[in-house]
Design a protein around this ligand. Sequence first.
Ligand SMILES: Cc1ccnc(S(N)(=O)=O)n1
Ligand SMILES: [Zn+2]
Length: 263
Amino acid sequence: TACSSKYVLSALHPMWQGPLVAPGGNRQSPIDIRVRKSVFDPHLKPLTPDYDPRTCSQIWNNGYSFLVEYDDTTDKSTLKGGPLEDNFRLCQFHFHWGESNAWGSEHTVDRRLFPAELHMVHWNSDKYSRFEEAVMEENGLAVIGVFLKIGKRHEGLQKLVDVLPAVRHKDSVVEFTRFDPACLLPSNIDDYWTYAGSLTTPPLTEAVTWIIMKQHIEVSHDQLAVFRSLLFTSAEEEVQKSMVNNFRVQQSLQGRTVRSSFT
Ligand SMILES: Cc1ccnc(S(N)(=O)=O)n1
Ligand SMILES: [Zn+2]
């Protein structure tokens, strides 16, 4: 679908040679969320995700993470509310994780690292007609971030874990249908932090309203181990590289305020 557009793919290599900080970037992501410095905003509304599992289309390994892609040609899977003024369309979700359970997330909370982080990527369908357009605009994207902790097995995630071996290599794709991404959200989605940031992989555009959930979800050690069995490299390459540590270094806040929806 649109949100896996080629130029995003081409620059998504883990050791991408691009600048670690976008030139002139003053709202880069990820960041450390200093809880005591976040500002409660009573005007923040509840978040209202409304996803249709029938829009789920495929899973593919883009050489940086694995993406679960949704048909974003209609307003069937949408996100509204929270800090958002407009209607946003889900186009894909993916994860970032470490080689060990000690690290892996992109955002941190008072410097606390999590073993992995889920990103659900949406684009502003009130203002733009496709992802590629929205990705270049200030209010173009909204990404929900959810921290993963090691604990009990996540039953909803298992359907996804079972198909990962089929996309072990970069550029492999498999059909994947009827997956409800709402099953990956924590039970409480009313408590979140939000701030103006960027994509954390190229093109690093400063187009993202980040919505980071306070409550994490749990996945089992074995489920996360399957993420680490994926490869950055394609089937043709001689040297196979494990897909681990696919997170970006933290960026400075540069005067931004992180708002919280809770006290
Ligand atoms: C769609 C997309 C591209 C690049 N980076 C991201 S991310 N990691 O900021 O969610 N998403
Ligand atoms: Zn991401």
